[in-house]
Ligand binder design. Structure first.
Ligand SMILES: C[S@@+](CC[C@H](N)C(=O)[O-])C[C@H]1O[C@@H](n2cnc3c(N)ncnc32)[C@H](O)[C@@H]1O
Length: 531
Protein backbone atom coordinates (compact mmCIF):
# COMPACT_ATOMS: atom_id res chain seq x y z
CA UNK A 1 0.00 0.00 0.00
CA UNK A 2 2.29 2.73 1.21
CA UNK A 3 5.05 1.56 -1.12
CA UNK A 4 3.10 2.40 -4.20
CA UNK A 5 2.03 5.71 -2.76
CA UNK A 6 5.65 6.67 -2.79
CA UNK A 7 6.82 4.76 -5.84
CA UNK A 8 7.15 7.78 -8.09
CA UNK A 9 9.81 9.22 -5.82
CA UNK A 10 13.34 8.15 -5.12
CA UNK A 11 13.48 6.59 -1.71
CA UNK A 12 16.46 5.80 0.43
CA UNK A 13 16.88 2.20 1.46
CA UNK A 14 16.09 2.92 5.10
CA UNK A 15 12.87 4.61 4.33
CA UNK A 16 12.07 1.78 1.93
CA UNK A 17 12.58 -0.64 4.78
CA UNK A 18 10.21 1.27 6.98
CA UNK A 19 7.61 1.37 4.22
CA UNK A 20 8.19 -2.20 3.08
CA UNK A 21 7.63 -3.36 6.62
CA UNK A 22 4.34 -1.56 6.44
CA UNK A 23 3.49 -3.40 3.25
CA UNK A 24 4.23 -6.72 4.90
CA UNK A 25 1.85 -5.99 7.66
CA UNK A 26 -0.79 -4.96 5.22
CA UNK A 27 -0.54 -7.85 2.81
CA UNK A 28 0.08 -10.81 5.10
CA UNK A 29 -2.76 -12.56 6.94
CA UNK A 30 -2.67 -11.37 10.52
CA UNK A 31 -3.49 -13.26 13.68
CA UNK A 32 -6.91 -12.48 15.04
CA UNK A 33 -6.18 -10.55 18.21
CA UNK A 34 -8.84 -9.55 20.67
CA UNK A 35 -8.95 -5.85 21.35
CA UNK A 36 -10.90 -4.73 24.34
CA UNK A 37 -10.41 -1.13 25.29
CA UNK A 38 -11.62 0.31 28.55
CA UNK A 39 -13.34 3.65 28.27
CA UNK A 40 -10.95 5.77 30.24
CA UNK A 41 -8.08 3.52 31.17
CA UNK A 42 -5.07 2.27 29.27
CA UNK A 43 -6.05 -1.03 27.65
CA UNK A 44 -4.44 -4.17 28.91
CA UNK A 45 -1.81 -5.64 26.67
CA UNK A 46 -3.41 -8.32 24.50
CA UNK A 47 -3.34 -11.78 25.93
CA UNK A 48 -3.83 -15.10 24.26
CA UNK A 49 -7.42 -16.20 23.90
CA UNK A 50 -8.77 -19.70 24.08
CA UNK A 51 -10.07 -21.99 26.74
CA UNK A 52 -9.17 -21.42 30.36
CA UNK A 53 -9.78 -24.82 31.92
CA UNK A 54 -6.33 -26.14 32.60
CA UNK A 55 -2.91 -24.63 33.07
CA UNK A 56 -1.03 -24.88 29.80
CA UNK A 57 2.59 -25.55 29.19
CA UNK A 58 4.18 -22.18 28.37
CA UNK A 59 5.12 -23.37 24.84
CA UNK A 60 1.53 -24.30 24.10
CA UNK A 61 0.25 -20.97 25.40
CA UNK A 62 2.89 -19.00 23.55
CA UNK A 63 1.97 -20.66 20.27
CA UNK A 64 -1.68 -19.92 20.88
CA UNK A 65 -1.00 -16.30 21.84
CA UNK A 66 0.71 -15.90 18.49
CA UNK A 67 -2.30 -17.03 16.50
CA UNK A 68 -1.64 -20.75 16.59
CA UNK A 69 1.27 -20.56 14.19
CA UNK A 70 3.64 -22.50 16.42
CA UNK A 71 3.99 -25.34 13.92
CA UNK A 72 4.54 -23.17 10.88
CA UNK A 73 7.72 -23.57 8.87
CA UNK A 74 7.64 -20.07 7.39
CA UNK A 75 10.97 -18.43 6.72
CA UNK A 76 12.57 -15.62 8.70
CA UNK A 77 12.15 -12.09 7.43
CA UNK A 78 15.09 -10.66 5.43
CA UNK A 79 14.27 -7.07 6.19
CA UNK A 80 14.44 -7.70 9.91
CA UNK A 81 17.95 -9.07 9.46
CA UNK A 82 19.12 -6.44 6.99
CA UNK A 83 17.97 -3.48 9.02
CA UNK A 84 18.36 -4.93 12.50
CA UNK A 85 20.40 -2.00 13.94
CA UNK A 86 18.03 0.61 12.55
CA UNK A 87 14.99 -1.31 13.75
CA UNK A 88 16.53 -1.58 17.20
CA UNK A 89 17.03 2.18 17.17
CA UNK A 90 13.44 2.80 16.13
CA UNK A 91 12.23 0.59 18.95
CA UNK A 92 14.61 1.81 21.63
CA UNK A 93 13.38 3.73 24.63
CA UNK A 94 14.21 7.37 23.94
CA UNK A 95 17.15 8.66 26.01
CA UNK A 96 16.20 10.70 29.05
CA UNK A 97 17.34 14.15 27.97
CA UNK A 98 15.72 14.22 24.51
CA UNK A 99 12.58 12.74 26.04
CA UNK A 100 12.51 15.44 28.73
CA UNK A 101 13.06 18.12 26.07
CA UNK A 102 10.28 16.64 23.94
CA UNK A 103 7.75 16.72 26.78
CA UNK A 104 8.81 20.21 27.89
CA UNK A 105 8.31 21.41 24.31
CA UNK A 106 4.97 19.64 23.96
CA UNK A 107 3.65 21.08 27.22
CA UNK A 108 4.86 24.55 26.28
CA UNK A 109 3.38 24.44 22.77
CA UNK A 110 0.05 23.25 24.10
CA UNK A 111 0.16 25.77 26.96
CA UNK A 112 -0.45 23.14 29.68
CA UNK A 113 1.48 25.16 32.21
CA UNK A 114 -0.16 23.37 35.16
CA UNK A 115 1.77 20.14 34.62
CA UNK A 116 5.20 18.77 33.80
CA UNK A 117 6.47 15.30 32.90
CA UNK A 118 9.03 13.92 35.33
CA UNK A 119 11.25 10.86 35.05
CA UNK A 120 11.97 8.63 38.02
CA UNK A 121 13.82 5.37 38.43
CA UNK A 122 10.77 3.93 40.20
CA UNK A 123 7.94 4.26 37.66
CA UNK A 124 9.59 5.84 34.62
CA UNK A 125 7.63 8.80 33.34
CA UNK A 126 5.03 10.47 35.53
CA UNK A 127 3.06 13.71 35.52
CA UNK A 128 3.49 16.26 38.31
CA UNK A 129 1.54 19.37 39.22
CA UNK A 130 3.30 22.63 38.40
CA UNK A 131 0.74 24.57 40.41
CA UNK A 132 -2.03 23.96 42.93
CA UNK A 133 -5.33 22.48 41.74
CA UNK A 134 -8.60 22.60 43.66
CA UNK A 135 -11.07 19.71 43.64
CA UNK A 136 -12.91 19.66 40.29
CA UNK A 137 -10.31 21.78 38.47
CA UNK A 138 -9.40 20.92 34.90
CA UNK A 139 -5.82 19.64 34.92
CA UNK A 140 -5.38 18.71 31.29
CA UNK A 141 -7.18 18.47 27.99
CA UNK A 142 -4.97 16.10 26.04
CA UNK A 143 -5.18 16.18 22.26
CA UNK A 144 -5.11 12.83 20.45
CA UNK A 145 -1.89 12.10 18.58
CA UNK A 146 -3.22 9.12 16.63
CA UNK A 147 -6.63 7.56 17.04
CA UNK A 148 -9.59 5.99 15.30
CA UNK A 149 -13.22 5.26 16.00
CA UNK A 150 -13.98 1.55 16.32
CA UNK A 151 -15.27 0.21 13.00
CA UNK A 152 -18.54 -1.12 14.42
CA UNK A 153 -19.11 2.07 16.37
CA UNK A 154 -19.29 3.95 13.05
CA UNK A 155 -22.76 2.50 12.67
CA UNK A 156 -23.91 3.94 15.98
CA UNK A 157 -22.32 7.37 15.75
CA UNK A 158 -21.40 9.72 12.89
CA UNK A 159 -18.44 11.73 14.13
CA UNK A 160 -15.72 13.91 12.66
CA UNK A 161 -12.89 11.61 11.57
CA UNK A 162 -10.33 14.05 12.93
CA UNK A 163 -11.66 15.43 16.24
CA UNK A 164 -14.45 12.86 16.87
CA UNK A 165 -17.16 15.47 17.48
CA UNK A 166 -20.70 14.34 16.59
CA UNK A 167 -21.79 15.84 13.26
CA UNK A 168 -24.88 16.48 11.15
CA UNK A 169 -27.97 16.76 13.32
CA UNK A 170 -29.86 14.76 15.90
CA UNK A 171 -32.17 13.63 13.07
CA UNK A 172 -29.16 12.52 10.98
CA UNK A 173 -27.72 10.58 13.93
CA UNK A 174 -31.00 8.82 14.67
CA UNK A 175 -31.95 8.23 11.02
CA UNK A 176 -28.64 6.73 9.91
CA UNK A 177 -28.38 4.52 12.96
CA UNK A 178 -31.88 3.10 12.43
CA UNK A 179 -31.08 2.73 8.75
CA UNK A 180 -27.98 0.66 9.48
CA UNK A 181 -29.94 -1.37 12.00
CA UNK A 182 -32.52 -2.09 9.35
CA UNK A 183 -29.90 -2.97 6.74
CA UNK A 184 -28.64 -5.83 8.83
CA UNK A 185 -25.64 -7.08 10.69
CA UNK A 186 -23.07 -4.56 11.81
CA UNK A 187 -20.08 -6.34 10.34
CA UNK A 188 -21.70 -6.35 6.92
CA UNK A 189 -22.15 -2.63 7.11
CA UNK A 190 -18.58 -1.73 7.93
CA UNK A 191 -17.24 -3.59 4.94
CA UNK A 192 -19.98 -2.64 2.53
CA UNK A 193 -18.40 -0.39 -0.05
CA UNK A 194 -21.43 0.25 -2.20
CA UNK A 195 -23.95 0.68 0.55
CA UNK A 196 -24.08 4.11 2.04
CA UNK A 197 -26.74 5.82 4.07
CA UNK A 198 -27.17 8.25 1.19
CA UNK A 199 -28.60 5.23 -0.68
CA UNK A 200 -31.46 4.95 1.76
CA UNK A 201 -34.59 4.38 -0.25
CA UNK A 202 -32.89 2.16 -2.80
CA UNK A 203 -30.99 -0.47 -0.83
CA UNK A 204 -32.66 -0.67 2.56
CA UNK A 205 -35.79 -2.32 1.28
CA UNK A 206 -33.88 -4.91 -0.71
CA UNK A 207 -31.68 -6.04 2.16
CA UNK A 208 -34.30 -8.33 3.58
CA UNK A 209 -32.58 -8.28 6.99
CA UNK A 210 -34.71 -6.09 9.18
CA UNK A 211 -34.13 -5.82 12.89
CA UNK A 212 -37.20 -6.14 15.00
CA UNK A 213 -36.83 -2.88 16.89
CA UNK A 214 -36.66 -0.74 13.77
CA UNK A 215 -39.22 -2.66 11.75
CA UNK A 216 -41.99 -0.27 12.70
CA UNK A 217 -40.30 2.71 11.10
CA UNK A 218 -40.77 3.04 7.36
CA UNK A 219 -37.74 3.48 5.21
CA UNK A 220 -39.05 6.81 3.89
CA UNK A 221 -39.10 8.18 7.42
CA UNK A 222 -35.46 7.18 7.96
CA UNK A 223 -34.56 8.73 4.61
CA UNK A 224 -36.28 12.00 5.57
CA UNK A 225 -34.41 12.08 8.88
CA UNK A 226 -31.07 11.55 7.14
CA UNK A 227 -31.69 14.13 4.44
CA UNK A 228 -33.09 16.69 6.89
CA UNK A 229 -36.55 16.71 5.32
CA UNK A 230 -38.06 15.64 8.59
CA UNK A 231 -37.45 17.44 11.89
CA UNK A 232 -38.02 16.21 15.40
CA UNK A 233 -39.19 18.62 18.10
CA UNK A 234 -36.60 20.64 20.05
CA UNK A 235 -33.58 19.37 18.11
CA UNK A 236 -32.59 23.00 17.49
CA UNK A 237 -31.39 23.00 21.12
CA UNK A 238 -28.81 20.39 20.11
CA UNK A 239 -27.37 21.72 16.90
CA UNK A 240 -24.35 19.84 15.53
CA UNK A 241 -21.74 20.99 13.00
CA UNK A 242 -22.59 20.39 9.35
CA UNK A 243 -21.00 17.41 7.64
CA UNK A 244 -17.94 18.26 5.52
CA UNK A 245 -17.09 15.33 3.20
CA UNK A 246 -13.57 14.10 2.52
CA UNK A 247 -12.19 15.54 -0.73
CA UNK A 248 -11.54 12.00 -1.97
CA UNK A 249 -13.64 9.26 -0.42
CA UNK A 250 -17.12 8.77 1.00
CA UNK A 251 -15.85 7.05 4.11
CA UNK A 252 -14.48 9.97 6.11
CA UNK A 253 -16.36 13.13 7.04
CA UNK A 254 -15.59 16.07 9.22
CA UNK A 255 -17.08 18.80 11.38
CA UNK A 256 -15.21 21.57 9.54
CA UNK A 257 -12.94 22.21 6.58
CA UNK A 258 -10.07 22.78 8.97
CA UNK A 259 -10.49 19.26 10.46
CA UNK A 260 -10.75 17.85 6.90
CA UNK A 261 -7.51 19.60 5.91
CA UNK A 262 -5.68 18.60 9.09
CA UNK A 263 -6.68 14.95 8.68
CA UNK A 264 -5.58 14.99 5.04
CA UNK A 265 -2.21 16.50 5.89
CA UNK A 266 -1.58 14.36 8.96
CA UNK A 267 -2.83 10.88 8.03
CA UNK A 268 -5.57 10.51 5.47
CA UNK A 269 -3.88 11.50 2.19
CA UNK A 270 -2.07 8.13 2.29
CA UNK A 271 -5.14 6.16 3.39
CA UNK A 272 -7.88 7.66 1.23
CA UNK A 273 -9.78 5.18 -0.94
CA UNK A 274 -11.35 7.88 -3.08
CA UNK A 275 -10.93 8.86 -6.71
CA UNK A 276 -7.78 10.90 -6.01
CA UNK A 277 -5.94 7.66 -5.21
CA UNK A 278 -4.46 5.58 -8.01
CA UNK A 279 -6.67 2.46 -8.70
CA UNK A 280 -4.13 -0.20 -7.68
CA UNK A 281 -3.36 1.62 -4.44
CA UNK A 282 -7.05 2.10 -3.84
CA UNK A 283 -7.75 -1.58 -4.23
CA UNK A 284 -4.87 -2.50 -1.86
CA UNK A 285 -6.14 0.00 0.68
CA UNK A 286 -9.68 -1.31 0.43
CA UNK A 287 -8.44 -4.86 1.03
CA UNK A 288 -6.46 -3.70 4.03
CA UNK A 289 -9.40 -1.80 5.52
CA UNK A 290 -11.71 -4.76 4.99
CA UNK A 291 -9.17 -7.02 6.61
CA UNK A 292 -8.79 -4.69 9.60
CA UNK A 293 -12.55 -4.36 9.97
CA UNK A 294 -12.92 -8.12 9.85
CA UNK A 295 -10.08 -8.95 12.23
CA UNK A 296 -9.00 -6.14 14.52
CA UNK A 297 -9.58 -2.48 13.90
CA UNK A 298 -6.50 -1.58 15.95
CA UNK A 299 -4.64 -2.09 12.65
CA UNK A 300 -6.38 1.03 11.36
CA UNK A 301 -4.81 2.99 14.21
CA UNK A 302 -1.51 1.31 13.36
CA UNK A 303 -1.86 2.40 9.73
CA UNK A 304 -2.55 5.95 10.88
CA UNK A 305 0.58 5.86 13.05
CA UNK A 306 2.59 4.85 9.97
CA UNK A 307 1.10 7.52 7.73
CA UNK A 308 1.55 10.11 10.48
CA UNK A 309 5.26 9.26 10.52
CA UNK A 310 5.67 9.14 6.75
CA UNK A 311 3.89 12.44 6.18
CA UNK A 312 5.93 14.10 8.92
CA UNK A 313 9.05 12.67 7.29
CA UNK A 314 8.05 14.09 3.90
CA UNK A 315 7.39 17.49 5.44
CA UNK A 316 10.70 17.57 7.33
CA UNK A 317 12.48 16.58 4.14
CA UNK A 318 11.36 19.75 2.38
CA UNK A 319 13.18 21.89 4.95
CA UNK A 320 16.52 23.26 3.69
CA UNK A 321 18.53 21.94 6.64
CA UNK A 322 17.46 18.37 5.78
CA UNK A 323 18.35 18.39 2.08
CA UNK A 324 21.42 16.21 2.63
CA UNK A 325 20.49 12.85 1.07
CA UNK A 326 22.78 10.40 2.84
CA UNK A 327 21.32 7.27 4.40
CA UNK A 328 22.43 8.48 7.78
CA UNK A 329 20.74 11.84 7.55
CA UNK A 330 17.58 10.27 6.13
CA UNK A 331 17.48 7.88 9.03
CA UNK A 332 17.89 10.75 11.52
CA UNK A 333 14.98 12.40 9.78
CA UNK A 334 12.89 9.26 10.07
CA UNK A 335 13.73 9.11 13.78
CA UNK A 336 12.67 12.72 14.11
CA UNK A 337 9.39 12.05 12.29
CA UNK A 338 8.77 9.02 14.49
CA UNK A 339 9.65 10.85 17.71
CA UNK A 340 6.15 11.73 19.01
CA UNK A 341 5.15 8.07 18.75
CA UNK A 342 8.46 6.71 19.98
CA UNK A 343 7.90 8.59 23.24
CA UNK A 344 5.04 6.24 24.01
CA UNK A 345 7.39 3.29 23.85
CA UNK A 346 6.89 0.83 26.65
CA UNK A 347 7.97 -2.70 25.97
CA UNK A 348 8.33 -5.23 23.21
CA UNK A 349 5.17 -7.13 22.41
CA UNK A 350 6.43 -10.36 23.96
CA UNK A 351 7.29 -8.54 27.16
CA UNK A 352 4.02 -6.69 27.45
CA UNK A 353 1.45 -9.26 26.31
CA UNK A 354 -0.70 -10.22 29.30
CA UNK A 355 0.18 -13.58 30.80
CA UNK A 356 -2.70 -15.91 29.86
CA UNK A 357 -4.75 -16.99 32.86
CA UNK A 358 -3.81 -20.61 32.22
CA UNK A 359 -0.06 -20.04 32.53
CA UNK A 360 1.40 -20.14 36.04
CA UNK A 361 3.24 -16.99 37.01
CA UNK A 362 6.31 -19.12 37.80
CA UNK A 363 6.35 -20.04 34.09
CA UNK A 364 6.24 -16.42 32.95
CA UNK A 365 9.89 -16.18 31.89
CA UNK A 366 9.63 -19.34 29.81
CA UNK A 367 6.36 -18.15 28.25
CA UNK A 368 7.89 -14.80 27.24
CA UNK A 369 11.02 -16.46 25.90
CA UNK A 370 8.85 -18.79 23.82
CA UNK A 371 6.88 -15.90 22.36
CA UNK A 372 10.06 -14.01 21.64
CA UNK A 373 11.58 -17.00 19.85
CA UNK A 374 8.47 -17.41 17.78
CA UNK A 375 8.49 -13.70 17.00
CA UNK A 376 12.01 -13.86 15.71
CA UNK A 377 11.67 -17.02 13.64
CA UNK A 378 8.18 -17.27 12.26
CA UNK A 379 7.11 -14.96 9.50
CA UNK A 380 3.80 -14.06 11.01
CA UNK A 381 5.71 -12.82 13.99
CA UNK A 382 8.02 -10.85 11.75
CA UNK A 383 4.85 -9.10 10.75
CA UNK A 384 3.95 -8.60 14.40
CA UNK A 385 7.45 -7.34 14.96
CA UNK A 386 7.02 -4.88 12.14
CA UNK A 387 3.91 -3.74 13.87
CA UNK A 388 6.02 -3.26 16.96
CA UNK A 389 6.82 0.16 15.61
CA UNK A 390 3.18 0.94 16.11
CA UNK A 391 2.26 -1.23 19.02
CA UNK A 392 4.52 0.86 21.19
CA UNK A 393 2.17 3.71 20.75
CA UNK A 394 -0.86 1.53 20.91
CA UNK A 395 0.16 -0.11 24.16
CA UNK A 396 0.05 3.31 25.72
CA UNK A 397 -3.27 4.06 24.15
CA UNK A 398 -6.49 4.88 25.88
CA UNK A 399 -10.13 4.45 25.15
CA UNK A 400 -11.51 7.29 23.11
CA UNK A 401 -15.03 8.15 24.27
CA UNK A 402 -17.37 10.98 23.30
CA UNK A 403 -20.85 11.09 24.82
CA UNK A 404 -23.77 11.07 22.39
CA UNK A 405 -25.91 14.21 22.01
CA UNK A 406 -28.79 11.83 21.19
CA UNK A 407 -28.81 10.89 24.87
CA UNK A 408 -29.01 14.55 25.92
CA UNK A 409 -31.79 15.07 23.41
CA UNK A 410 -34.05 12.31 24.76
CA UNK A 411 -33.34 13.36 28.35
CA UNK A 412 -34.36 16.89 27.37
CA UNK A 413 -37.63 15.63 25.89
CA UNK A 414 -38.27 13.60 29.02
CA UNK A 415 -37.63 16.59 31.27
CA UNK A 416 -39.64 19.14 29.27
CA UNK A 417 -41.98 21.14 31.46
CA UNK A 418 -45.57 20.74 30.34
CA UNK A 419 -45.67 24.45 29.67
CA UNK A 420 -48.51 26.13 27.85
CA UNK A 421 -45.99 28.59 26.34
CA UNK A 422 -44.26 25.84 24.36
CA UNK A 423 -45.54 25.34 20.82
CA UNK A 424 -45.64 21.66 21.43
CA UNK A 425 -46.40 20.15 24.82
CA UNK A 426 -44.20 17.64 26.57
CA UNK A 427 -46.82 15.00 25.93
CA UNK A 428 -46.86 15.69 22.21
CA UNK A 429 -43.05 15.80 22.00
CA UNK A 430 -42.92 12.47 23.82
CA UNK A 431 -45.47 10.99 21.45
CA UNK A 432 -43.58 12.10 18.34
CA UNK A 433 -40.18 10.94 19.56
CA UNK A 434 -41.21 7.73 21.36
CA UNK A 435 -41.18 5.48 18.23
CA UNK A 436 -37.60 6.58 17.51
CA UNK A 437 -36.47 5.97 21.07
CA UNK A 438 -38.13 2.55 21.05
CA UNK A 439 -36.58 1.68 17.69
CA UNK A 440 -33.12 2.70 18.87
CA UNK A 441 -33.52 0.35 21.81
CA UNK A 442 -31.67 0.21 25.11
CA UNK A 443 -28.45 1.33 23.54
CA UNK A 444 -29.98 4.55 22.21
CA UNK A 445 -27.24 6.65 23.82
CA UNK A 446 -24.24 4.73 22.43
CA UNK A 447 -21.20 7.02 22.68
CA UNK A 448 -18.46 7.34 20.07
CA UNK A 449 -15.80 4.81 21.02
CA UNK A 450 -12.37 4.09 19.64
CA UNK A 451 -8.68 3.77 20.41
CA UNK A 452 -6.33 6.69 20.67
CA UNK A 453 -2.86 7.59 21.82
CA UNK A 454 -2.91 10.57 24.18
CA UNK A 455 0.69 11.73 24.60
CA UNK A 456 0.33 13.28 28.07
CA UNK A 457 -2.42 11.25 29.67
CA UNK A 458 -0.41 8.16 28.79
CA UNK A 459 2.40 9.45 31.04
CA UNK A 460 0.14 9.34 34.10
CA UNK A 461 0.84 6.58 36.57
CA UNK A 462 -1.75 4.53 38.40
CA UNK A 463 -2.82 4.78 42.03
CA UNK A 464 -5.65 2.96 43.82
CA UNK A 465 -6.26 6.25 45.67
CA UNK A 466 -5.91 8.57 42.66
CA UNK A 467 -6.01 12.34 42.97
CA UNK A 468 -7.35 12.81 39.42
CA UNK A 469 -9.54 11.05 36.89
CA UNK A 470 -10.38 11.03 33.20
CA UNK A 471 -13.80 12.61 33.02
CA UNK A 472 -15.77 14.21 30.18
CA UNK A 473 -17.78 17.27 31.22
CA UNK A 474 -20.84 18.47 29.27
CA UNK A 475 -18.70 20.91 27.30
CA UNK A 476 -16.17 18.22 26.28
CA UNK A 477 -17.72 17.17 23.01
CA UNK A 478 -14.64 16.05 21.08
CA UNK A 479 -12.26 13.12 21.39
CA UNK A 480 -9.66 14.80 23.59
CA UNK A 481 -8.91 13.24 26.99
CA UNK A 482 -9.92 15.39 29.94
CA UNK A 483 -8.30 15.03 33.37
CA UNK A 484 -10.01 16.56 36.41
CA UNK A 485 -8.69 16.90 39.98
CA UNK A 486 -10.54 14.63 42.43
CA UNK A 487 -9.14 16.46 45.44
CA UNK A 488 -6.91 19.47 46.14
CA UNK A 489 -3.49 18.83 44.58
CA UNK A 490 -0.39 20.68 45.79
CA UNK A 491 2.36 21.99 43.53
CA UNK A 492 4.92 19.19 42.81
CA UNK A 493 2.52 16.39 43.82
CA UNK A 494 2.37 13.52 41.34
CA UNK A 495 -0.91 13.43 39.43
CA UNK A 496 -2.27 9.88 39.37
CA UNK A 497 -5.32 8.24 37.84
CA UNK A 498 -6.76 4.77 38.37
CA UNK A 499 -6.42 2.30 35.50
CA UNK A 500 -9.00 -0.03 37.04
CA UNK A 501 -12.17 0.04 39.11
CA UNK A 502 -10.53 0.85 42.42
CA UNK A 503 -13.65 0.12 44.52
CA UNK A 504 -12.72 -3.52 44.93
CA UNK A 505 -10.54 -5.54 47.32
CA UNK A 506 -6.74 -5.42 47.44
CA UNK A 507 -6.52 -8.87 45.84
CA UNK A 508 -8.87 -8.00 42.98
CA UNK A 509 -7.01 -4.78 42.27
CA UNK A 510 -3.65 -6.50 42.17
CA UNK A 511 -5.04 -9.21 39.89
CA UNK A 512 -6.34 -6.57 37.46
CA UNK A 513 -3.09 -4.63 37.57
CA UNK A 514 -1.03 -7.75 36.92
CA UNK A 515 -2.20 -7.48 33.30
CA UNK A 516 -0.63 -4.04 33.16
CA UNK A 517 2.60 -5.63 34.28
CA UNK A 518 3.15 -4.14 37.73
CA UNK A 519 2.40 -4.64 41.40
CA UNK A 520 0.81 -1.55 42.89
CA UNK A 521 2.52 -0.19 45.99
CA UNK A 522 0.42 2.95 46.34
CA UNK A 523 -0.31 4.12 49.94
CA UNK A 524 -3.69 2.34 49.90
CA UNK A 525 -2.18 -0.94 48.73
CA UNK A 526 0.55 -0.71 51.34
CA UNK A 527 -2.09 -0.21 54.03
CA UNK A 528 -4.40 -2.97 52.78
CA UNK A 529 -1.71 -5.51 51.90
CA UNK A 530 -2.25 -8.64 54.04
CA UNK A 531 0.70 -9.37 56.34
C1 LIG B 1 0.36 4.51 30.95
S1 LIG B 1 1.99 4.13 31.41
C2 LIG B 1 2.35 5.38 32.59
C3 LIG B 1 3.65 6.06 32.27
C4 LIG B 1 4.85 5.22 32.50
N1 LIG B 1 5.34 5.34 33.85
C5 LIG B 1 5.96 5.53 31.50
O1 LIG B 1 7.13 5.56 31.90
O2 LIG B 1 5.67 5.70 30.33
C6 LIG B 1 1.67 2.68 32.38
C7 LIG B 1 2.90 1.96 32.86
O3 LIG B 1 3.56 2.74 33.88
C8 LIG B 1 3.98 1.90 34.95
N2 LIG B 1 3.18 2.22 36.16
C9 LIG B 1 2.11 3.02 36.21
N3 LIG B 1 1.63 3.13 37.46
C10 LIG B 1 2.42 2.36 38.23
C11 LIG B 1 2.44 2.03 39.63
N4 LIG B 1 1.54 2.52 40.47
N5 LIG B 1 3.39 1.20 40.08
C12 LIG B 1 4.32 0.68 39.23
N6 LIG B 1 4.36 0.95 37.89
C13 LIG B 1 3.42 1.77 37.39
C14 LIG B 1 3.71 0.48 34.51
O4 LIG B 1 4.85 0.02 33.85
C15 LIG B 1 2.58 0.64 33.51
O5 LIG B 1 2.52 -0.40 32.58
Amino acid sequence: MAVSVFNTRRRTSLVSAFIARTRMFISTPLPQVRDKVSRTKPPKPHGGGGERRRKKQPQEAAARAGGGMGGSSASPCDLDREFAPQIAQLLATPPLQPAQEYYNGLIQSRKHDGIRVNFSSKHGKGVCANKEFAEGDLILKDQILVGAQHSLNKIDCAVCSYCFRFIGSIEFQIGRRLYWQSVGSSSDCTNRRHCHESDVGSSASSSGATKENSSTLPEEVLGSLITGDMSLPFTDHFSLPQVVPCRGCEEERYCSQSCADSDWETYHSLLCTGSKTEPSQRSALQKFIEHANGSNDIFLVAAKAITFTLLRYKKLKTQPEFQNNTDESNFSLLMEAWKPLSMGYKKRWWDSVALPEDVDSCDEDTFRQQIRDLALTIIIFCVSQSLQLLKDAIFDSDGLVVASPVEDYFIHIDDLPDDEKCNISQEEAEKVTRPFLDALGEDYAAPCEGTAFFPLQSCMNHSCCPNAKAYKRDEDTDGNAVIIALEPIKKDDEITISYIDEDVSYEERQAELADYGFICTCPRCQEEKPN
